[in-house]
Design a protein around this ligand. Structure first.
Ligand code: MG
Length: 393
C-alpha cells in the first residue's frame, strides 16, 4: 500500500472541506506514516481549504472561483499549483501524481474527475455516488478494460465489499442494502407538506452534508445507492433489496446461494469505510468506540414504504430502464433539493419534479461523457422552467 519514493500512499482528496473530506483528513492524521495528501479541492470554503493546505502541504489544489484562487495564491507557497472550477478539477486529476483519488465531491460535478482518474489507471475511492448514478455504464466500460480500480466509501457498499471478501460472484444470491429510513420514517403522509429544511436536515443516525441529508430524508439516497450497487457489484435490480433498519448498526448484507447471510456491523461512523478504502485490502487499527450489541438492545428491520417515499421507487425504475434516465433523475433531484433548501418548494415536490423530468425524457444508451453533461444541463434547465411555471400560476 505504499508508493515507492516516499513510502506513503499519495492521496488526491476532492471535496476536502465537506463532511467526508474532513473525516478523510482525520484518517490521514491518524496514519501520517502511511498516507500523504498531495492535492485537495473544495468548491466554496476557501478558508478551510487554506487551513488544510497549510497543514497537509499539498502541491496542487483546486477552488471554485477565480477570486478565491487569487487569495489562496497569495497565502500559499509559490510552488503550489492552484486550479479553478470544474475544469480545474479535471486538470488536477489528470496532472497530479497520486496513488488514490478520494472523490468526495457533491453531485454530478464529481463524474468527470472519476472518469479522468480511471483513464489514468488510478484507484478511485468513491464517495461521490452520483458518478455511478449518472455514468455507471461508462465507468464500468473503463473498469472492464482494466482501466483503474473503484473502491466504495459509502458505508453500505463498503459493508458489501467486506462481506464479499474471498467470495465468488456466482455465490451471491441477493444484496440487501440497509436504510435508516431518515427523520420522517414514521411521519404520516399528510404531514409531509409541513416538513421544513431544518427538520429534514436533522438526520437521526448519520451526520452528513446538506445535499445527502435531504436525499436520505426522501430515500432518494437509498435509490442512488441501489444504482451504485448495481454497477459496483454487477448485480441485477431484481437481486438488490432495500430494508429499513433505523438503528444503522447493520451497514448492509449479502445473501449467498446456500442461504448464508453475511452482514457488516458497527456504530455509524464514516471514518471506518474511509479508512478501509484508503488502506484496502489491509486493515489498520482504529481505536474508535466499539459496537456493544447488548447496549444497542434490539435491531429492527422493516420494508420501505414506496408510497410515502416515491423517490426510492423512481430510482429503481430509472435504474432498471437504464441508459440516460438515471442522469436525468440525478440532475432533476439536484435542482429540486436546492429549491427545497431555499424554501421555494415543499418536501413532496422534490419527487414530483423528478418524476415529471423522467416522464418527459426519452432514454437512450449512454455513449459519452459529453452526452451525459448535455443531458445534465438540459434537465436542470427544464426542471427550473417547470418550477417557474408552477410559481407563476
Ligand atoms: Mg450510504
Amino acid at each position: 500500500m505504499k508508493s515507492e519514493k516516499t513510502n506513503k500512499r499519495k492521496i488526491l482528496l476532492l471535496g476536502s472541506t465537506g463532511s467526508i473530506g474532513m473525516s478523510a483528513c482525520n484518517c490521514v492524521r491518524r496514519f501520517i506514516e502511511h498516507f500523504e495528501i498531495v492535492g485537495m479541492a473544495a468548491n466554496t470554503n476557501s478558508e478551510r481549504l487554506l487551513t488544510q493546505a497549510k497543514e497537509f502541504l499539498p502541491t496542487a489544489i483546486c477552488i471554485g472561483t477565480e477570486e478565491s484562487a487569487r487569495k489562496l495564491r497569495k497565502e500559499l507557497p509559490k510552488h503550489v499549483c492552484v486550479h479553478i472550477g470544474v475544469d480545474g478539477l479535471v486538470e488536477l486529476v489528470s496532472e497530479a501524481q497520486y496513488d488514490i483519488l478520494l472523490n468526495a465531491l457533491v453531485g454530478a460535478v464529481g463524474f468527470r474527475p472519476t472518469v479522468a482518474a480511471l483513464e489514468r489507471g488510478k484507484t478511485v475511492a468513491l464517495a461521490n455516488k452520483e458518478s455511478l448514478v449518472i455514468g455507471g455504464d461508462l465507468i464500468r466500460a473503463h473498469l472492464s478494460k482494466g482501466h483503474g480500480t473503484l473502491l466504495p466509501i459509502d458505508s453500505e457498499h463498503s459493508a458489501i465489499l467486506q462481506c464479499l471478501n474471498g467470495e465468488h460472484h456466482d455465490a451471491i444470491e441477493t444484496i440487501v442494502l440497509t436504510a435508516s429510513g431518515g427523520p420522517f420514517r414514521t411521519l404520516p403522509a399528510e404531514e409531509f407538506e409541513r416538513i421544513t429544511p431544518t427538520k429534514a436536515l436533522n438526520h437521526p443516525t448519520w451526520l452528513m452534508g446538506p445535499k445527502i441529508t435531504i436525499d436520505s430524508a426522501t430515500l432518494m439516497n437509498k435509490g442512488f445507492e441501489a444504482i451504485e450497487a448495481h454497477h459496483l457489484f454487477n448485480m441485477g435490480y431484481d437481486r438488490l433489496k432495500v430494508v429499513v433498519h433505523p438503528q444503522s448498526i447493520v451497514h448492509s448484507m449479502v445473501v449467498f446461494r446456500d442461504g448464508a447471510v453475511m452482514a457488516q456491523c458497527g456504530l455509524p461512523d464514516m471514518e471506518l469505510p474511509i479508512q478501509y478504502a484508503l488502506s484496502y485490502p489491509e486493515r489498520l487499527p482504529f481505536t474508535t468506540k466499539r459496537l456493544d450489541l447488548a447496549a444497542a438492545g434490539s435491531l429492527t428491520f422493516e420494508e420501505p414504504n414506496l408510497d410515502r417515499f416515491p423517490s426510492l421507487r423512481l430510482c429503481l425504475e430509472a435504474g432498471r430502464a437504464g441508459g440516460t434516465l438515471p442522469a436525468v433523475l440525478n440532475a432533476a433531484n439536484e435542482v429540486a433539493v436546492n429549491l427545497f433548501l431555499e424554501e421555494r418548494i415543499g418536501f413532496s415536490q422534490i419527487p414530483a419534479l423528478v418524476e415529471r423530468a423522467l416522464e418527459e425524457h426519452t432514454a437512450s444508451p449512454v455513449t459519452s461523457v459529453e452526452q451525459i453533461q448535455e443531458i445534465d444541463k438540459e434537465t436542470r434547465q427544464k426542471v427550473r422552467a417547470a418550477y417557474q411555471k408552477m410559481e407563476s400560476r
